[in-house]
Design a protein around this ligand. Structure first.
Ligand SMILES: O=P(O)(O)OC[C@H]1O[C@](O)(CO)[C@@H](O)[C@@H]1O
Length: 540
């Protein structure tokens, strides 16, 4: 497939949506205006934010000068034998490099967590050969700041000058920009006219990927090759077609987007999940992305970047009534999806460039941190190695076991609802926990999403609180094997992740949503007990 060969094929309701909406989008000159960075396309309320967030349309060419700079730095590191690249960053600052490196088969360690065991495992892995990229657009994300602090200290303790090993990517003028420059670190400034989840082709996507060895020049070639096509006011424009399918398939509320994570582009599902969920999930509207991985959908894959828009019944048995296949190069597909989500935003009637409900969970986490660890309420009861708590409507009734609690939560699931499993565990060591998604979806005959905390807070977290109020929420938290101090802070990583899960539960409860909080007091025993309870509940 050549670089410009983007394909969007659709059947069923998705094809109907394309027929219904694309002619009007063409008549409105939407694509041309989008690529001319017209901030008025999403209405007056969105105009100010959109005015600062549209430079991504031209990155295929405007990011070009970065390539040589990044490759020269990679060469410098290679001469010193530094061949292990760690990326510290959250959401839009880490999901794109993960897919760029994943699809190029290039190793990159992505540290997008505050879970103490996961942070410690990264720190203990090949420090002598390690280069750390600290990426934060705002320069104030607490996870990323904490990761930077702990790496800086680890290098110092090992007698290594941190300024020789830490590279910073941030917006010009951010608090991190100033501090890093004052401290003598290498800094790449990203294009400030691009929001986090649209930043794949800025320094946020390119610096860590290029340092790790991915072919970032080719990625930009791929994006540049499709730019004119995506900017064309033509009914064949794949961005208008995909955007119409996403934002116009009716009835929208009953639709979910299944994204396959088993394509050649490893990690693509998680990247697209953030783009869709954080962009569309607001004002009680939006599309629920479900990354299905190795499901029956995945069995049909070639190397296409695949999405299926389905009626939201049992997501493990998709009905196929509205299917969209999207094919093309990774760089081309990234630009295509960004333009398509911006198009869908116009059809749904939301601002695709803000994330108003992410901040509420951050603020609640800050309050809990300020209140100290003693602010966690006593459990409703303890069953073996699992403490059981609830938030929101009182739904536990006379439950006395983990299985009872799960059944009580599932009884809260509305007919049109979904279950979100949110696991604040080490997503590398406990990655297989995500396998609970499929039996739960089969049992409940409703969509089930699975996210590792705090990573999902920067992705589906926006949809959970800002999208349709029909989710029920299962939080899994754990006692770490060993907590970890954050240099210069009064709280530990353990305190921080507890405040993040507690803050999110509080805000979900304030939205009237039921939250079951299961805390594993002994990690291994609690995990085994939880998995056993889930198999029992889903089997019966
Ligand atoms: O790059 P930053 O500013 O650290 O933000 C990381 C992520 O946090 C959010 O701003 C909010 O969750 C995302 O949109 C963003 O990708």
């Amino acid at each position: 497939m050549s670089d410009a060969d983007l394909t969007v094929t659709a059947v069923g309701g998705a094809a109907d949506a394309i027929t219904a909406h694309v002619p009007q989008l063409v008549a409105d000159g939407f694509a041309g205006k989008l690529f001319a960075q017209d901030a008025t396309l999403w209405g007056p309320d969105a105009e100010s934010e959109a005015g600062k967030r549209l430079s991504w349309v031209g990155l295929g060419s405007s990011s070009r000068p970065l390539v040589a700079e990044i490759e020269a730095l990679r060469g410098k590191f290679a001469d010193k034998g530094l061949d292990h690249v760690v990326l510290c960053g959250m959401g839009g600052s880490s999901l794109a490099p993960e897919v760029i490196c994943g699809s190029d088969g290039v190793p990159l360690t992505v540290l997008d967590s505050s879970q103490p065991d996961m942070v410690r495992a990264a720190l203990e892995d090949r420090l002598e050969q390690t280069v750390v990229v600290v990426s934060s657009k705002s320069g104030s994300t607490v996870e990323t700041d904490s990761q930077r602090r702990v790496y800086e200290k680890a290098f110092q303790d090992a007698g290594i000058d941190p300024t020789e090993r830490i590279v910073v990517v941030t917006d010009p003028g951010s608090p991190l920009d100033k501090e890093a420059r004052d401290g003598g670190f290498t800094v790449f400034n990203a294009d400030p006219g691009v929001g986090g989840r649209y930043s794949a082709l800025t320094a946020f996507g390119l610096v860590p990927s290029g340092l790790a060895g991915a072919d970032i020049g080719r990625l930009l070639d791929e994006a540049e090759a499709v730019t004119d096509l995506l900017a064309s006011d033509d009914e064949a424009n794949p961005a208008l077609r995909l955007g119409a399918a996403l934002g116009g398939t009716q009835p929208l509320r009953d639709k979910i987007v299944l994204i396959d994570a088993g394509t050649k582009a490893l990690g693509f599902g998680d990247w697209a999940e953030q783009l869709i969920a954080e962009s569309t999930g607001k004002n009680g509207k939006g599309l629920l992305p479900v990354v299905v991985g190795d499901s029956p959908v995945g069995d049909q894959l070639t190397d296409e970047l695949y999405v299926r828009l389905v009626a939201a019944d049992d997501d493990s048995q998709p009905s196929g009534d509205a299917v969209v296949d999207v094919g093309g190069s990774l760089g081309g597909a990234m630009l295509l999806w960004e333009a398509a989500v911006a198009t869908a935003g116009r059809l749904i009637g939301i601002n695709p460039f803000d994330q108003p409900d992410v901040e509420s969970a951050k603020a609640a986490a800050r309050d809990l941190l300020g209140a100290g660890t003693g602010s966690v309420a006593a459990p409703a009861y303890t069953d073996g190695a699992v403490e059981v708590r609830s938030a929101g409507p009182d739904f536990l009734g006379d439950a006395g076991t983990v299985g009872d609690a799960l059944r009580a939560l599932f009884a809260q699931l509305p007919d049109d609802g979904y279950l979100a499993v949110m696991a604040y565990v080490d997503r590398i060591a406990d990655g297989s926990l995500a396998d609970v998604r499929i039996p739960l979806a089969r049992k409940l005959s409703r969509p089930v999403t699975f996210g590792f905390g705090p990573r999902f807070l920067h992705s589906t977290g926006q949809y959970h609180k800002g999208g349709p109020a029909n989710g029920v929420f299962l939080q899994i938290t754990t006692a770490p094997a060993q907590d970890l101090d954050i240099p210069g802070r009064e709280f530990t990583f353990g305190d921080f992740i507890d405040s993040q899960s507690g803050g999110d539960a509080k805000v979900l409860a304030e939205h009237g949503r039921p939250v079951l909080r299961l805390n594993l007091t002994d990690h291994e025993a609690g995990l085994a007990q939880l998995q056993h309870a889930i198999s029992e509940v889903t089997a019966s």
